[in-house]
Design a protein around this ligand. Sequence first.
Ligand code: AMP
Length: 415
Amino acid sequence: MRVLLVGGGGREHALALGLAGDPAVEALFAAPGNPGIAAVAQLREVTPTDPAAVAALAVEVAADLVVIGPEAPLVAGVADAVRAKGIAVFGPSAEAARLEGSKTFAKDVMTAAAVPTARAYTCEDAAAVARALDEFGAPYVVKDDGLAAGKGVVVTDDRAEAERHAAECGRVVIEEYLSGPEVSLFVVTDGEAAVPLLPAQDFKRIGDGDTGPNTGGMGAYTPLPWAPPGLVDDVMRDVVHPTLAELRRRGTPFAGLLYVGLAITPSGPRVIEFNARFGDPETQVVLALLETPLGGLLHAAATGTLGAHPPLRWRDGAAVTVVVAAEGYPAGPRTGDVITGADRAGIIHAGTRRDADGTLRSAGGRVLCGTATGPDLAAARDAAYELVREVELVGSHHRTDIASAAVDGRVTIPG
Ligand code: AMP
């Protein structure tokens, strides 16, 4: 199988490692890729959000499967353009990707499918915003309606800040606050059959103890020792299958990766958000434990044959990833600085570039992450931090508490 992977962040580096490790994958191309991916794939130039360009590249490299990593190409219709060339693609149509691209659309689908989620209003002016904030009270949850790479959400007790964010965004979704630990559940689907991966937890806030502004994600771990028994089965029954059925009913089946972001509240799991692609950095830990060959799994989802795919196999133990961010991230990351100590197994590249002379430099806010497995969560965490300690990048920072609450048995479900 010849595979073209679209994207160039940490998630795509993790996907590239998984695909390269599948004996059925005889050639792997990545566009645009990154210096980490370059070790396992041939890199090609492309604008990932240009449907015609990606489709032409897929034809040129004679791809049997195109795997689309990020959300922006999906929302732009890249999967549709590749499929129109008769090439199998892992990633939903632009119509189905609206599950991520529009919070209002996602809420509409959830309501129609009776999926448990926060009550919400879509608001377009200050008066509607004020009414919704009054109704739900603090903490206030205000979400930009469009794609914002996980950064368009403000959760705050400060009414003025909530109103300011709403005014800046224009159209917003304001919703009830959900309390409880968060879970990311990735589901591989061909639109009908659906296979859950291991649930993971990520860390959205920049600072230790979940303080400071939201980011793209500062670390992750899997599995979740504190998860209620039956959690995945319940979410498949109450969330995933009803959502997939509703999208089929609308004539826009969702095939690809359905990312279910949940809060485990006192009244059970509630959906915080859907995404239409693998999450970053949870992908790094989930795929680190997946033993089943990745290419075959994604190809089955892309060709409507997932129902016949054998059950997934997982490695024992746990996986942890710790993100190293550039100085100034998330507000205004500083780039272009030299990175040393990063050329080793377990370092996943996210925002890096390499000079012609081989020097590695920072090129984004989340620069790289140290990903490690171990016989248990504590061992995996210690190994991930060991990797991160070897990396030198001026001004960089990382959270020091990734997976610690889970290791210490401090994650509790309220109520
Ligand atoms: P989203 O982009 O919708 O995933 O939101 C980003 C982050 O904001 C989530 O991971 C949560 O930490 C937080 N968040 C979003 N919606 C809610 C909610 N209704 N209640 C509590 N926290 C939320």
